[in-house]
Design a protein around this ligand. Sequence first.
Ligand SMILES: [Zn+2]
Length: 180
Amino acid sequence: MNPYHRAPIMPVVSLPAAVEPFKWADRATQVVADVPLAKFTRLAADLVTTEGSVQVNCRFERNAQRIAFLRGDLATNVSLTCQRCLEPMNLSIQTTIDLALVHDEDEADKLPEDADYIVVAEQDVALAEIIEDELLLNVPYTPMHDHCESLQYKQVDVAAPVKENPFQVLAALKKPSTEE
Ligand SMILES: [Zn+2]
């Protein structure tokens, strides 16, 4: 650990284990960190490999109405399993965090209607969990290649109904015979 951690130097350059979101908002604390993907265990469970990291650049702040916010950007590249061909597929995630921080639902009711928010405690808040939730929102439930190779096989399958045509031909051939 950095022995100078107590020094009020901004920004925080590693992902803290626990934060005091409202105090950090008072101090307008910025967090800039490169966090290994492996740290996000729920996300990692869906990944082909946990090599790589998430670039976190966010800040706790208060707006003019003194509402606390967590705002910033997340960027990473992950490798998921395509659910169509079961081969790896890369997904670039670039997302923005813009969350009001509230103590409870009553406080949330006072927010503008379009504001996203999370209910957080005064302290011991796991910033990594919030970040991971945001990342997971950007991972498709059923990841698939935009241009999946297995589509070629699908097209063969799709072509199969064409085989019905010979029956139609047969039917057409039969018709005259029944008319006879
Ligand atoms: Zn695929």
